[in-house]
Design a binder for this molecule. Sequence first.
Ligand SMILES: O=C(O)CCC(=O)C(=O)O
Ligand SMILES: [Fe+2]
Length: 692
Amino acid sequence: MPATRKLSPRKRAKSHSEESDPESLHSDALDDPPPKKRTHSSRSKPTSSSKPKPKRRKRDVNKADIEKEEDQEGESDVDLKDGQQVVGRVVQAPKTGWVPPGQISQNTLDFLARLKDPACNDREWFKLHVYRRTEKEFKEFIEEFTNMLTEVDSQIPPLPPKDVIHRIYRDMRFSNDKTPYKKVKPGDESIIAAGAWCPARNELATLRNHLLHSTPAAKTLHTILSSKAFTTHFGPPRPHPRGERQSVFGHEDELKVAPKGVDKNHKDIALLKCRSLAVTYRFTDAQVVAPDSEFMDALRTVVDVMTPFVHCLNDLMTLPVDDESEEEDDGGDVGVPEEGENIVIPVIDFAHFEDGSSPARITHDDNLAQVESMFEWVCAYAELALTNDHELLDIKSGKLFSLPIETKMLAPHPKEGWKHRGYSGVGREQVSQMVFDPSELAAIRKQTPDFKESFDVGRDNCLRVSNVWLPEEVLPGFRDAASTFFNTCRQFELEKLLPALSLGLGLPGGGEFLGNYHQDAENQLRLLHYPAMPTEVFASGERGRIAAHTDFGTGTILFQDDVGGLEVESPRDSGNFVPAPPIPGTVVFNIGDFLMRWSNDTLKSTLHRVRAPPNDGTGIIKERFSIPYFMSGDRNLLVDCLPGCWDEDRPKKYEPVTPGAYIDMRLDANYYRIISACYLSVSNSVALSGNC
Ligand SMILES: O=C(O)CCC(=O)C(=O)O
Ligand SMILES: [Fe+2]
């Protein structure tokens, strides 16, 4: 409730001196205990013996406000004795709505919110509305917070609140904005942040040196950034596709190009471009003012996750890089697991899935456990009874690509980029990972394109996109074999894979949930050929057969021959690619970006790439054949976050979207010259094999 306060001459003198010294406007100085006695009389103008009006009464609007508020409160009458004048009115803190020490009240948020209003952000308003109570509340909160912080992180010194709370006064000397107090952002924008913000030059150099040499500390950083707790709070360990904040990425000071002297294809280039390595966690106002110290508990959870990150950064910025432990990262040894890595890509055995015409169920508990474990993994091998059709990979597809180019061009990929059917020659497509900025795309496209050719096949009788076939006499039986292969994949998708995923995610409908969204899917089977190349082409390590990317859709089943070179990023160690070599009788399944979005990032799409296999001494890197089968949801069904993948603590991160709109957006980024086939990226690969 507002109250007028009379100031004695002594007080008034103090107030006058405060005008010229913003620091003295601190609430402690101003908001003295209320006068013991308040008198009521008509509000007096200063008497002739009063001192002149203070200069700072510069804004009539405030005067009017004061009068209005005083009148409203019926407290406009103040008996002024000689020598007294009203220099301001202190608005008392609300009487209700306060909370026990260690919590934040709505009163405090309201006060901070009003500071954002320029009409309030002036000294007069501040003096009149200083809520000493709010400040006290915040100091008590910080005291509790520091106790919690020092309990969780023993490296943090227990400093008193006054030493850690920022002053609210702005330094206006060099600013056009002359509002004196910092404007906090009201409305669900409270954050806790941790990390290294604009580290000094030497510290940044040391940190980058660790990354460049893949030191143990750098590996620890990757492990932390990719850990489940960290990604749940701060997002996947890679830059956001639209440059937004995600994990440590997306700060304004990030470099656009590689730091001087650093290879732009370095596996840690995204981290090397960061100048600040910091993460932020946001709380809604409702969370901040939640009763029973819920907010402090929530902060503790986040601090728990942040602590190893902070310790690791301290190491990265201070520990010298041990020359002995330097590992040259020339990219030439990709495909060979690093020593001590011991990474095993699980094999998911679908043998226990029921067979039959009705949607398959998982009938074996162990099997369900395996499916669940696949969610923790980038890439798993699962069994799929496609071994017979596999000959298509070796024979038909081999024959197809050895035809003369003029013959292959009898089934050209349509000019419309989105019609992913028919033949695309070497260099038509270059896979770019989530780059949507036109200038960046142009730069990527200037690089030599991926050396591969492809033939895309879709479902027969699709009205929107028809297949483009070679004349039958050119390659007899090819059309039949490719269609059969497509149908086998489709059957596996509907009867085994989608039910397994639905059950593994605990979706309603007994395994049928995801299948219902994949009824007319315009999936693509892509026959891929990477021609043999002289070793020198890959010698620098800068070029691979296909650049690191994630696939776009629900997921991809990927068949590969025995040449090798496929690698997937370890889910626990961002930037660390591990080989996913062919395992006889299995295929690889990867989860795509759309399913990641659909599942509110519960399932992670995983980066994969194809590097040249190690040099076998012949001077030639062997050709490679592979066949991805890209699965995507029904184009026009609007999908919202999957049930069970969001709740109050895990709010939905994405707007509903149709698979069609999402994939079109991704595909736009991928093709150049003659735009060729659809490219859906795989992550969380599962390899399928055996006798389901
Ligand atoms: O050739 C391969 O094994 C990988 C192909 C691939 O990732 C893709 O086409 O999306
Ligand atoms: Fe892919």
